[in-house]
Design a protein. Structure first.
Length: 157
């Protein structure tokens, strides 16, 4: 299967690390049944980028990374978004940068409604970024949800 051509981004979405991370969270957030702007989301990712949830593949399995490309991620979340509101926002960030690459630990909270008092889920996104001289690109997002076994350390809050 050949890679799709990356849609042109809104230059404001890819001008800085802050802008591209904000755009990534905005792109997946919305009310139940609200159509997401998938071309905007696609425009943030470098060709071949991966979105990697850490989850249990089956009830009797341990945690494992699930390797998705952008299209695989969209196919995975669209049915859920059709039935459930999902609003994710960053609550803390640690960034390391060298030259054209950056690593961001982005702590998030997820809510079914934007005005819910408490999140139904929290976790950490490990986001790898690349700057090509003109714009930022997301190369990978690798994440794990918080659980009783793996609470988010204070240094990431």
């Amino acid at each position: 299967m050949s890679e799709m051509k990356t849609p042109n981004p809104d230059p404001a979405d890819v001008a800085s690390i802050d802008a591209i991370i904000t755009a990534a969270y905005d792109g997946i957030s919305g009310a139940a049944g609200e159509k997401r702007d998938w071309d905007r989301e696609r425009s943030l990712y470098y060709p071949g980028a991966r979105l990697i949830p850490t989850a249990k593949p089956g009830a009797n399995d341990g945690l494992a990374p699930g390797m998705l490309d952008v299209e695989g991620f969209i196919a995975r979340v669209e049915p859920y978004f059709a039935e459930h509101g999902f609003f994710e926002k960053e609550i803390a960030r640690r960034t390391e940068q060298f030259g054209h690459i950056a690593q961001v630990w982005s702590t998030y909270e997820s809510r079914h409604n934007a005005d819910d008092l408490e999140p139904f889920m929290r976790g950490i996104n490990s986001i790898q970024l690349f700057h090509d001289g003109n714009r930022w690109w997301i190369v990978n997002i690798y994440w794990q949800q918080e659980s009783a076994e793996d609470a988010i350390p204070k240094k990431y809050l």
